[in-house]
Design a protein. Structure first.
Length: 160
């Protein structure tokens, strides 16, 4: 028998800039106030909960913190030429060239900064952190990253 907990928005958020490549094109640089939603399914623990709400909120806030007020850089994007020289990143897409201070960049080992890939990045890290804490009753973790109300990408990981 599986139970679920769900945490939404409130303090589970971050603001960041990004652009997405698609179909041979690249969006203009822009930003979002991202909201994060989490659902965890599993058996009840000895304490009669799936996972402590407070623990999950703390972990998700810690995962979001390095993304907050940063440029989200997809370092595995095959359409971008990325180089770091000293304290700056140079990012190229075709004729476009962006130079940003390294301190303003959140380097993510993903292929694109879509809501779906951000959800996958967060869900994978949340699953690892929960496993490290001994939460062996968790059957699935779903994370949604909402770019704007009504528009979110989701990813589900099954840690077992």
């Amino acid at each position: 028998m599986a139970f679920s907990i769900r945490l939404e928005r409130n303090t589970l958020r971050f603001a960041a800039a990004h652009f997405v490549t698609y179909g041979g094109r690249c969006e203009s640089l822009h930003g979002h106030n991202y909201d994060v939603m989490v659902q965890i399914d599993g058996a009840l623990s000895e304490d009669s909960w799936v996972v402590d709400f407070g623990d999950v909120k703390r972990i998700v806030r810690e995962l979001c913190q390095p993304l907050d007020h940063k440029f989200l850089l997809a370092t595995a994007n095959p359409h971008l030429a990325v180089s770091r020289v000293g304290n700056e990143y140079e990012i190229r897409f075709g004729e476009r060239r962006y130079v940003m201070p390294a301190s303003d960049v959140a380097e993510l080992d993903i292929d694109n900064t879509t809501a779906e890939r951000l959800a996958e990045w967060l869900a994978s890290r949340l699953a690892a952190r929960l496993a490290d804490s001994g939460a062996d009753n968790v059957m699935s973790i779903s994370v949604g990253v909402e770019e704007m109300p009504g528009q979110a990408g989701w990813f589900t990981v099954n840690p077992r």
